[in-house]
Design a protein. Structure first.
Length: 549
C-alpha cells in the first residue's frame, strides 16, 4: 500500500478504534479522561495511545490542532515527536550494522572526514549515547548569532562542527545530552547508502512497518496536511505560536500520528535482536553504565523494566514509555508547551501496571503554596522594589512588570510566566507550580518549585573595576564576535544579531551574561594579568574560546 492512498482506510480505522474503545475500554477511558482533564476542549491538546501485546488497544485525541481555525485534534492528526525521534534515527544505524554496511564502533571520520580529528577516536556509538563531547548545535549556533526562529539545517551543523577545535569534554568521559551526534548520524546513513536520509528511512523503516503517516521533515516551508500547530502557553487563556523553522533532522523532526507510533511501540516489543543492540546501555571510559542506550533511555519504573524518551521542540511535547517484560507501551504527544506528557504517561502506566501511587500518601511541602483564590489586590508600586535580575541556581531570573502585570522569566527558558501577589513579599505563578518569596529588602529571593526550595540573590549592574575586560572578543570556531563596554556605569555587551545586553560581574574573572547564548563567562589572563580572552559557556556548550582582538 502506498503512503498516499490511505485516507479512506484511515477513516474506517479511526471509527473502528472509537467503537472498540467505547465497548471494551470504558474503565480505561474514564481513567485517562480524568488524567487529561486539564486539557480543555477549546485549547490545544494532543493524543494518547496504549499498546498491549503488540496491538494498539487505546487511542484518543483531546483539544485543538488549530486554535485559529478551531480544528480539533484527532487520532489521525500528525505531530512533531521531537527527541522521541532519536530512537528511530539510531535504529537506522542499527539496521545498517545488521546489513554489514557499518559498525556502531566505527570511527565517524571513516564517513565524515571533514570532522576534525581529536585526541581520541569518536565512534558512532559515542554519537548515539551522548558521550562524544561534541557541543550541542542549537547552543553553538545561538552563541554564533542564530536567533529563535532562524532556520537551521543539517548542512549548517556540519559546517560548524567542521570548524571545531575543542570538545566539551574528552571523548567517552561524560554523558551530556547532545543533539549534534544524531544529526551527524544522518550524514553517515546517507554516505553509506547513497540515499537521502528521509527517503531511506521511509523505504527501510516506516513503510515496512506500515507507518505511512510518518516521516522526517527537513523543510518547514512545505505544506503538510492533518498537522497540529504548536503553541506556547502565556496564561490560563492565552497562547502564542512559536516560530517553527526547524529544518534539520536526525535528532528530531519526525512527524507522525498516534496510530503509527502504536506500530512503532509494537515493533519495540517484537523481540528482534536489533532491539538488544538499540537498548544496550552506554558505558563511560571509567566503566560506569549509563541510563541511556542508542537514542533511548533504559532503566526501571517501579520495578518494571522500561525503555523511554521524551521530546520538546517549539510547543510540541512528547513522551514514550515501553515496558518490554509487560508488553506494554504508552505514548502521549501534546501540541502545547505545558502539556506535560511525561507526567501523564507515568500516571497511565501506573494505572495499567497496577502500581500503587504512593505519592498521594506523602505529606506535601511545609512551605506555602498559593492558588488564584489567594491573590490579593496590590498597587504595582509595591512590586517595583522587587524588580531586577537574580542569580538563582546557576541561572539568571528576571523579575519585572509590564502594563500593570508582574512577570518572571529564567534566561534560556520561554515563555515568561505571570505572577500574582499573595502578600507584599510573596508571589506565585498563576499557571501553578512555583511560589516566590523576596527577602532582605529584595536582595534575595526564595523559589519554591513543587516543594524544592531554591535560593537566589540579586545581581548588581555596577561595572565597578571591570573596565579591563572591555574590548572585542572573537571566536574562530564560530566566526563571530562580541564587544564589551561600560555604559552609564554598567557593563554591556553587543552582538550584531543579539543586540546589546547586560553583563553582571560575579568576581574579577567571572561574569554572567543576561542572554542565554552568552551566559557564563570566564576571563582568561596572560601571566602579566592582562586579559587574553574569554571562555564562554551556555549549558551544552562549554568554554568556547573568544580571543581578545
Amino acid at each position: 500500500m502506498t503512503r498516499y492512498k490511505l485516507i479512506f482506510t484511515l477513516f474506517l480505522y479511526s471509527n473502528a478504534l472509537s467503537f472498540l474503545f467505547s465497548q471494551n475500554n470504558t474503565e480505561i477511558e474514564n481513567k485517562i479522561d480524568e488524567i487529561f482533564a486539564s486539557w480543555k476542549a477549546e485549547g490545544p491538546g494532543g493524543v494518547v495511545g496504549v499498546v498491549r501485546d503488540g496491538e494498539l488497544t487505546f487511542a484518543k485525541a483531546y483539544g485543538m490542532a488549530s486554535l485559529e481555525y478551531e480544528v480539533p485534534n484527532t487520532v489521525e492528526t500528525k505531530f512533531n515527536i521531537a527527541s522521541v525521534s532519536k530512537q528511530i534515527s539510531a535504529y537506522a544505524i542499527v539496521l545498517l550494522q545488521e546489513q554489514g554496511k557499518l559498525s556502531i564502533d566505527d570511527d565517524i571520520r571513516k564517513y565524515l572526514p571533514e570532522v576534525p580529528e581529536f585526541d581520541k577516536t569518536i565512534t558512532i556509538r559515542h554519537l548515539l549515547t551522548h558521550t562524544s563531547g561534541f557541543r550541542n548545535f542549537q547552543n553553538m549556533l545561538s552563541m554564533a548569532g542564530w536567533r529563535q526562529g532562524d532556520p537551521m539545517t543539517n548542512d549548517d551543523l556540519l559546517r560548524f562542527v567542521s570548524r571545531q577545535k575543542e570538545l566539551n569534554f574528552p571523548v567517552g568521559e561524560e554523558y551530556l545530552y547532545c543533539n549534534t551526534g544524531f544529526v551527524l548520524a544522518t550524514f553517515i546513513v546517507e554516505r553509506v547508502t547513497g540515499k537521502d536520509f528521509k527517503d531511506w528511512t521511509n523505504e527501510n523503516i516506516f513503510d515496512p512497518l506500515g507507518m505511512y503517516d510518518t516521516d522526517y521533515r527537513e523543510d518547514m516551508s512545505k505544506v503538510h496536511t492533518r498537522t497540529a500547530k504548536s503553541y506556547s502557553q502565556v496564561n490560563s487563556t492565552t497562547f502564542t505560536t512559536p516560530l517553527e523553522f526547524y529544518n534539520y533532522m536526525g535528532n528530531g523532526n519526525v512527524y507522525t500520528t498516534i496510530g503509527d507510533m502504536g506500530k512503532w511501540m509494537a515493533h519495540l516489543g517484537s523481540g528482534h535482536q536489533n532491539f538488544e543492540v538499540l537498548t544496550t546501555p552506554g558505558i563511560l571510559n571509567n566503566g560506569d553504565t549509563l541510563g541511556y542506550a542508542l537514542g533511548i533511555g533504559v532503566g526501571e519504573f517501579n520495578g518494571h523494566r522500561r525503555w523511554s524518551h521524551g521530546g520538546s521542540i517549539g510547543g510540541y511535547r512528547s513522551n514514550l514509555m515501553y515496558f518490554p517484560d509487560d508488553q506494554l507501551g504508552v505514548m502521549v504527544i501534546g501540541n502545547f508547551n505545558t502539556s506535560n506528557p511525561g507526567g501523564k504517561v507515568s500516571q497511565i502506566a501506573k494505572h495499567l501496571l497496577n502500581i500503587q501511587d504512593e505519592s498521594a500518601d506523602v505529606p506535601g511541602p511545609t512551605s506555602s503554596y498559593f492558588m488564584l483564590k489567594d491573590a490579593i489586590e496590590q498597587d504595582i508600586k509595591i512590586f517595583k522594589p522587587h524588580e531586577g535580575s537574580y542569580y538563582v541556581d546557576g541561572v539568571i531570573v528576571d523579575v519585572y512588570s509590564r502594563e500593570g502585570n508582574r512577570y518572571m522569566i529564567a534566561h534560556g527558558e520561554t515563555p515568561e510566566f505571570p505572577i500574582a501577589p499573595a502578600s507584599d513579599t510573596s508571589y506565585f505563578n498563576i499557571l501553578g507550580g512555583i511560589s516566590v518569596y523576596f527577602t532582605e529588602g529584595s536582595k534575595k529571593l526564595v523559589i519554591n518549585r513543587n516543594g524544592q526550595m531554591i535560593y537566589g540573590e540579586r545581581l548588581m549592574t555596577d561595572a565597578g573595576d571591570m573596565d579591563e575586560i572591555t574590548g572585542t572578543f572573537y571566536s574562530p570556531e564560530l566566526d563571530t564576535e562580541y564587544t564589551i563596554q561600560v555604559e552609564d556605569g554598567s557593563l554591556k555587551c553587543y552582538h550584531q544579531r543579539h543586540g546589546t545586553f547586560n553583563l553582571y560581574p560575579l568576581s574579577d574573572d567571572r561574569v554572567k551574561g543576561a542572554i542565554y547564548p552568552f551566559a557564563d563567562i570566564k576571563v582568561i589572563r596572560w601571566i602579566n594579568g592582562d586579559v587574553k580572552g574569554l571562555r564562554v559557556s551556555n549549558g551544552r556548550v562549554r568554554d568556547m574560546w573568544f580571543g581578545k582582538r
